[in-house]
Design a protein around this ligand. Structure first.
Ligand code: ATP
Ligand code: MG
Length: 299
C-alpha cells in the first residue's frame, strides 16, 4: 500500500456507510472484510490510525473552541466485537474534557419510570463536545426485541403495546436523531459487525487467559444463542434509521486493526465536514489583549 493520509482513507468508508436504509441487507456485509488490504499493510494501517488519532485531537479542539456543534457517536455490537477497545484506541488522543462517555446497561428503576429516550437525552453531549454512547437507546429495539420478557417489565400501558410497537420505536428513534441533528448534534452510529465464528474465538481466548476472565460473562454465551434474532433486529434498525444526518457504519469487526481504522476515518470525516475554525477575535477583544500585554510587560 502506498503511503496515504486518512483523507484518502475516506474512500474506504463508502462501502460501510449507510445513509439510506431501503436497500440495506446485512448479508451484503462481510465481517472479515479488510478493504482490500492484506496483513502486509498492517504497519501502514497502524500509522494511518496514529495520524487519524492526531487529526481527531486537532479537530476536537476546534469543536470545543467554537462551542456550537456537538457530535454523538453511538457504538452497538454483539459481545466481544471490540466496542471498548475501539473507543479506547480511536479516542485515545482526544482531550478527556472534550469527551463524555456513557455506557448503557439494564435500565434502573428510576429510568424505567420514564420514557425510553429519557436517560439518553440526559447523557447527550454538550455543544463543543463529543458524546460517546457505549450501547444506546438502540438496545430498546435490539435486546428488548429479542427478549419479550424485558418489554413486559417496562410498565407500558397495555393498550399502547400493539403489533406496530417496534416500527413505532424505530420511527421515534429516527425522529429523535433528526431532532438532534437539527439542533447541531449530528450522529454517527457504528455497528461493529463481528462474525459468530470470531466471537467464539474471542470468548475462548477470554476463557483461556486468566487475566481476561473478568471480561467474560456467562450471559454472553446465552445471548450468542439468539444470534439470528439479533441480526434481524440490527438489520431492521439500520434500515429504519440510516439517514445522511445520522449515518450507520457497518464496520467489519473480525480484524480489530481494520475496525479501528474505519471508525477513526469516519469520525475525522464527519468533523471535517463541519468546517470548524477557532473563533475570530473581535477588534475590541484584540485591544483588550494588547492592553493586558502592555500591563504585564510593565511589571
Ligand atoms: P462489557 O461486557 O464489555 O463490559 P457491555 O456493554 O456488554 O460491556 P454489560 O454490563 O456486560 O456491558 O452488559 C450490559 C447489558 O445491558 C447488555 O446485555 C445490554 O443488552 C443491556 N442493556 C442495555 N440497555 C438496555 C435496555 N434499554 N434494556 C434492557 N437491557 C439493556
Ligand atoms: Mg457484556
Amino acid at each position: 500500500m502506498k503511503r496515504k493520509s486518512l483523507k484518502d482513507v475516506s474512500r474506504f468508508l463508502e462501502p460501510y456507510r449507510i445513509t439510506r436504509g431501503k436497500r440495506f441487507r446485512l448479508k451484503d456485509h462481510d465481517p472479515g472484510d479488510v478493504g482490500g488490504l492484506g496483513s502486509a499493510d498492517k504497519p501502514e494501517a497502524k500509522r494511518l490510525l496514529t495520524n487519524g488519532v492526531e487529526r481527531l485531537a486537532e479537530l476536537q479542539e476546534k469543536l470545543y473552541a467554537s462551542d456550537q456543534w456537538g457530535l454523538l457517536l453511538v457504538f452497538q455490537a454483539m459481545d466481544a466485537a471490540g466496542k471498548d477497545g475501539t473507543i479506547k484506541h480511536v479516542l485515545s488522543g482526544v482531550n478527556p474534557q472534550g469527551c463524555q462517555v456513557t455506557s448503557f446497561k439494564q435500565p434502573s428503576q428510576e429510568e424505567l419510570d420514564h420514557d425510553f429516550l429519557w436517560r439518553s437525552q440526559r447523557a447527550g453531549p454538550e455543544r463543543g463536545r463529543i458524546g460517546i454512547f457505549n450501547r444506546s437507546y438502540y438496545e430498546e429495539v435490539l435486546v428488548v426485541r429479542v427478549h419479550p420478557q424485558i418489554l413486559a417489565g417496562q410498565k407500558l400501558p397495555p393498550r399502547l403495546v400493539g403489533r406496530r410497537l417496534w416500527d413505532e420505536r424505530l420511527e421515534d428513534i429516527a425522529a429523535y436523531e433528526r431532532y438532534l441533528a437539527r439542533n447541531g448534534f449530528p450522529i454517527l452510529k457504528f455497528f461493529l459487525n463481528v462474525s459468530r465464528k470470531e466471537q467464539k474465538r474471542r470468548f475462548l481466548e477470554r476463557l483461556d487467559q486468566p487475566e481476561k476472565h473478568w471480561k467474560f460473562s456467562p450471559a454472553d454465551v446465552r445471548e450468542r444463542g439468539h444470534w439470528k434474532g439479533y441480526m434481524a433486529a440490527y438489520e431492521e434498525a439500520i434500515r429504519a434509521t440510516a439517514a445522511p444526518h445520522a449515518p450507520w457504519y457497518v464496520v467489519p469487526a473480525d480484524q480489530k486493526w481494520f475496525t479501528r481504522l474505519v471508525v477513526a476515518a469516519a469520525i475525522v470525516e464527519a468533523l471535517e465536514k463541519l468546517d470548524l475554525a477557532f473563533p475570530k477575535v473581535s477588534d475590541a477583544k484584540r485591544e483588550e489583549l494588547a492592553l493586558a500585554r502592555a500591563q504585564l510587560a510593565k511589571e
